[in-house]
Design a protein around this ligand. Structure first.
Ligand SMILES: C[S@@+](CC[C@H](N)C(=O)[O-])C[C@H]1O[C@@H](n2cnc3c(N)ncnc32)[C@H](O)[C@@H]1O
Length: 260
């Protein structure tokens, strides 16, 4: 994992930014007063960490990749940044009022060890995860163009039931899950951010910031998929494809757990 994100880290912020609506809901799910101490694990270049700091929280953040943390440190010193594996967090027990983790749990080798670590560093409070489920991903129209990479990507993603089970085993109470549906004005160009703007995937800079393309898809699959997508955009056939993949499951999900 480290080499992948050290590789993506260099250009990650070209297309990856904190989306205001995702940030607003993260903050809401934390249910915390201003100045509360919150940790963002697997923070990447800190886009969501910094957005949450700007909402009045006192933020700490860590990531496995030195390259990602180097980028984060250049943006602000208002956050305490650390290079750390989520399975072995360098913080004393019981020091945080909340913990967040966005778009990262699928990279963890297992969920139980990180969840136990998050539970340990929390005093009491919520752990808010933003992720997607395999069922949601199976309904992304991207499957039509990049089927192998999407299948691998969905297989990497833990099912909601598994996430909940592992949270419970780590000691958490489950508060619930809320689905998130991509809006056309989304600011953070992650995997399904181009749901309404298929042209986005033809841009290599956008693909470079998305691990499914940067890591899982072969060059052959990308070039063939992009060619077919380009033709379907030009002919208008993409509208039918999008309709066929419409789903009631939502595109992403917040999973909220609590240490009482
Ligand atoms: C898709 S990025 C998401 C970054 C950030 N949370 C965001 O939403 O922009 C996934 C991040 O998970 C980090 N990561 C993967 N495995 C990790 C681990 N075991 N411990 C800490 N960070 C990890 C990677 O280095 C990478 O920065």
């Amino acid at each position: 994992m480290k080499p992948l994100y050290d590789k993506i880290g260099g250009t990650y912020d070209t297309t990856r930014k904190a989306d205001p609506e995702i940030t607003r809901r993260l903050r809401e799910h934390l249910q915390l007063a201003d100045k509360s101490k919150v940790l963002d694990v697997a923070c990447g270049t800190g886009n969501y960490t910094i957005a949450m700091e700007k909402t009045g929280l006192s933020m700490s953040a860590s990531d496995l990749s030195q390259e990602m943390i180097n980028k984060a440190e250049l943006k602000t010193s208002n956050v305490e940044w650390k290079v750390a594996d989520v399975s072995n967090l360098p913080y004393p027990s019981g020091v945080f009022d909340g913990v967040t983790c966005t778009l990262s749990i699928h990279h963890f080798e297992n969920l139980l060890t990180p969840f136990k670590e998050v539970y340990r560093v929390l005093s009491k409070g919520r752990f808010v995860i933003f992720t997607s489920t395999p069922e949601q991903m199976n309904n992304y129209w991207l499957n039509e163009y990049f089927p192998i990479a999407l299948k691998e990507s969905a297989e990497q993603m833990p099912a909601l039931s598994v996430v909940n089970d592992q949270l419970k085993e780590a000691g958490f109470d489950i508060v619930g899950a809320e689905t998130f549906i991509i809006q056309p004005n989304l600011q953070d160009f992650f995997l399904y951010s181009g749901k309404y703007d298929p042209r986005m995937y033809l841009d290599e800079h956008v693909r470079a910031g998305i691990s499914t393309f940067a890591n899982l898809a072969s060059e052959k699959e990308i070039s063939q998929g992009c060619e077919k997508l380009k033709q379907d955009i030009e002919s208008g056939h993409i509208e039918n494809v999008m309709r066929n993949y419409s789903s009631h499951l939502g595109d992403y999900a917040y999973v909220v757990a609590e240490k009482k």
